[in-house]
Ligand binder design. Structure first.
Ligand SMILES: [Zn+2]
Length: 243
């Protein structure tokens, strides 16, 4: 972008500032080109203009603005079934189970599918006592499939997602019991919490995740029921507002 193209935005952002800090609504505008957060000084509500400070692109404000609302009815201490919130002096933890009715289909399906494919490909080699390289290579996608979908099947029975924050140190845990995937993040760097599309999709989920947006974008809770994901989203926003 040519610097000469930069347009100045007249400063009449008070209305926006007031709205941005009143009640339970927080506004943000994200540049659709480079995803930079556009500061309030670069927006003008009256003329519906926003300028990205990073790439100098000009957009209609109404197109790029989003609001982050916490329902007045929301009570973090009244989670839906399968969700929880705990707090002590050191840390807080908000999370939910990924248990899902999909388990009734997935678990038997996985047993049959893996049993037949792996049994047929490797079981016959073991039974005959001879190694078949071609067949073994052919079976690799079935092993990966078993690990991936087997993991998902186990998550629909025993899985959970937890967001744990101690001071500014945040962790997102996805897994079963002590086994799982922990991602660390800096809670003080989180500027925005939203529902988002997942990076990958598979059948049987509602196709939405929660994003913690800041320096980086951390997505989680892809296997969550709508009620539990909504609770996590609203709970995290409320916790974020406290800091
Ligand atoms: Zn930009």
């Amino acid at each position: 972008m040519n610097r000469d193209c930069r347009r100045e935005v007249p400063h009449s952002t008070h209305a926006l500032d007031d709205r941005a800090h009143s009640g339970n609504i927080i506004m943000k505008a994200i540049c659709p080109t480079c995803e930079t957060m556009i500061p309030a000084a670069q927006m003008n509500v009256a003329t519906d203009v926003a300028v990205c400070p990073s790439c100098d692109e000009v957009f209609p404000l109404s197109l790029v603005v989003g609001t982050q609302e916490i329902s007045a009815e929301f009570d973090i201490n009244d989670p839906p079934g399968g969700a929880w919130f705990q707090e002590d002096f050191q840390e807080w933890r908000i999370g939910a189970s990924t248990r899902s009715p999909a388990a009734f289909f997935l678990v038997p399906f996985m047993c049959v599918w893996s049993g037949f494919s792996l049994g047929g490909i490797y079981g016959t080699q073991i039974a005959k006592g001879e190694f078949d390289l071609g067949m073994s290579l052919f079976g690799i996608p079935f092993i990966l499939g078993t690990l991936l979908f087997g993991g998902i099947a186990v998550m629909t029975v025993f899985g959970r997602v937890d967001v744990i924050v101690a001071d500014t140190v945040g962790r997102v845990f996805t897994g079963v019991g002590p086994l799982g995937w922990t991602r660390r993040f800096d809670w003080s760097q989180v500027t925005w919490i939203e529902e988002d599309n997942p990076d990958y999709e598979y059948s049987g989920n509602s196709g939405r995740v929660i994003s913690l947006v800041g320096k980086t974008r951390l997505k989680f809770a892809s296997m969550m029921s709508d009620a539990r994901r909504y609770y996590l989203l609203q709970g995290l926003r409320e916790l974020h507002k406290r800091t």
